[in-house]
Design a binder for this molecule. Structure first.
Ligand code: HEM
Length: 196
């Protein structure tokens, strides 16, 4: 590896390994505060689970899948076409930039029932009809190599914190989505920790 390549690899790992997971967790606490029924159920599962054993955390995993559907940290994925092609009736010229936007695809009514609602239950024994309708970790050759780590990390962080705390949104400033390189909130999400 050249020094430039090595630097690029390290930056990708740090950026992908830290920032995306952090934003996904921020949106998780925000959504749990807005959906107390989901937070209650999650807390029940976590309280009954064996500490450190994620196989008990199936509902927690459904919550994560649903958070990543509504708030995919990488809300856009860019591709360049090598050559001209027709995809789904659209002509893509060679050398074109093609933007895939999970934020939009994850909310299309053609693929998702009640797409704008936060419903972790939709993931119970179910997968989207089209295998590319859900791609928070990308797809194909460039599929996120940190996916298993990110999912494990999120399950463990959510379970560990939910055992002791219930985050609650504070202040009356509305939380606004800010689509930069990652999907973040415009001025952060301020939360207080109540005892669970
Ligand atoms: C919730 C957390 C995460 C999300 C949503 C996420 C999402 C993604 C997406 C969409 C891509 C594909 C980008 C593209 O196709 O252009 C990607 C690639 C990548 N991710 Fe993640 N990621 C997450 C966590 C992580 C973690 C924890 C690591 C490493 C520790 C990581 C390392 C990488 C790397 C190295 C690539 C580039 C793979 C390649 O180009 O071959 N990611 N990620």
């Amino acid at each position: 590896m050249s020094r430039t390549q090595l630097r690029d690899e390290v930056i990708t790992l740090l950026f992908g390994g830290y920032e995306a997971t952090a934003h996904a967790l921020s949106w998780t606490w925000y959504l749990l505060d807005a959906h107390r029924d989901v937070a209650d159920r999650l807390q029940q599962e976590v309280a009954a689970a064996t500490p450190g054993d994620v196989s008990d955390l199936t509902y927690t995993r459904q919550v994560i899948d649903e958070v990543l559907r509504l708030y995919p940290p990488f809300w856009e994925v860019l591709r360049s076409s090598y050559e001209a092609d027709d995809i789904g009736g659209y002509t893509i010229p060679g050398g074109a930039s093609v933007l895939l936007v999970p934020w939009l695809t994850h909310r299309l009514p053609g693929f998702w029932a009640d797409p704008l609602s936060f419903k972790p239950d939709r993931w119970s024994g179910w997968q989207p009809e089209h295998r590319q309708a859900y791609f928070p970790f990308g797809a194909g050759q460039r599929l996120c190599m940190g996916r298993p780590l990110a999912l494990l990390e999120m399950q463990l962080v959510i379970a560990t914190l939910s055992r002791r705390f219930r985050p609650r949104l504070v202040g009356d400033r509305p939380v606004r989505v800010h689509a930069q390189s990652t999907l973040r909130s415009r001025r952060g999400i301020r939360m207080a920790l109540d005892s669970a």
